[in-house]
Design a protein around this ligand. Structure first.
Ligand SMILES: [Zn+2]
Length: 329
């Protein structure tokens, strides 16, 4: 059966308890659109907020993509009110290639938001999201992971924004995702390009990035943890019955990414989530002739948020160390 056109769906008048497959067109190429954004729509037992779980912004992070598939399978529409929207493969060309970016234009979808409807293909995907999906949302969680090259501690990242209702809701959403580490990033982080949650928040939608896992973490574990966290957020949004679980303690961090000067093989000398001291060796880069080319040290006391588990090219990320800002975010 052909998916429905998401742009034409009236989310306030969906049949109660339905699961509907839809899509948003991006770039037609004759009879099919290989870049269309698939949208899984679960309509609860009565109208309510629209809650979106987005995945596949980066094509090689399949933990979040399969978590959305499992949510679609396992979430019973009779157990919630409102509409849950799962976008399993936002960047479909990159997901098909199992690559962070697609080979079509190599643009990082999470740095070019809100995109351009008349730009390169990845910019068009971003524009389709912001033109046709984002305006209909009350909440957005963009799920990421370390992919095949990094391992990442469970962490929520959100942008600071003063005073707005959406910003206050964003902080609550971050806490309900139930990770110990929370990275509250300044609004300016990320250089000139916008991330998906950053631009969504600028447009008034409470939005966070949720990261966990990577090559060293079993896929099934990630899928279960992501599903659990999303259900907690549905309770926060008043869409599902039950008490919202909050932690007694959150650790606020602000992150620092290290780029290797040399390419080669990365040998991590610390573990993800491990506390490290300023100057401590956290990794080494060895070249393909077996020579130690670089020793990576932590620039400050902190916690290993993410680190490489693969070979690297000159300039690639090696490790991200979060500087502990304060506890009890
Ligand atoms: Zn990512």
């Amino acid at each position: 059966m052909e998916p429905l056109d998401f742009r034409e769906m009236d989310l306030e008048r969906l049949e109660a308890g339905a699961k509907l497959l839809a899509s948003v067109p991006v770039a037609g190429q004759g009879t099919s659109d290989p870049c269309a954004i698939p949208v899984m729509v679960l309509s609860g037992r009565q109208p309510g907020p629209v809650f979106c779980v987005n995945a596949g912004t980066h094509g090689d992070e399949h933990e979040s993509q399969v978590a959305v598939h499992c949510l679609w399978d396992e979430l019973d529409p009779d157990t919630f009110q409102g509409v849950v929207i799962g976008v399993p493969h936002l960047n479909m060309p990159a997901c098909r290639e199992y690559s962070r970016t697609s080979s079509i234009d190599l643009l990082d979808l999470n740095r070019i938001c809100p995109g351009r409807a008349d730009g390169f293909l990845t910019e068009r995907i971003a524009a389709a999201f912001f033109d046709h999906i984002c305006p209909r949302l009350d909440y957005l969680i963009d799920v990421h992971s370390g992919g095949p090259r990094m391992d990442t501690a469970p962490i929520v990242i959100y942008r600071e924004q003063e005073g707005s209702k959406a910003a206050a809701r964003t902080v609550e959403l971050a806490r309900a995702l139930d990770t110990e580490l929370v990275w509250r990033a300044p609004a300016s982080l990320g250089g000139g390009g916008g991330t998906l949650p950053q631009v969504a928040l600028e447009r008034g939608v409470p939005a966070v990035t949720y990261e966990m896992g990577g090559r060293g973490v079993p896929l099934d574990h990630c899928v279960r943890e992501i599903g659990k966290a999303i259900r907690n957020c549905l309770r926060l949004a008043g869409m599902m019955e039950g008490e919202v679980a909050f932690r007694d303690r959150y650790i606020l961090v602000d992150g620092w990414f290290s780029h290797g000067v040399h390419g080669g093989i990365y040998l991590a000398r610390a573990a993800v989530s491990e506390a490290v001291r300023e100057g401590q060796v956290v990794g080494e880069i060895r070249d393909f002739d077996g020579r130690l080319r670089e020793t990576v040290r932590s620039p400050h006391d902190g916690i290993v948020i993410s680190q490489r588990v693969s070979t690297l090219r000159p300039g690639d990320w090696t490790v991200c160390i979060g500087r502990t800002a304060e506890s009890n975010a």
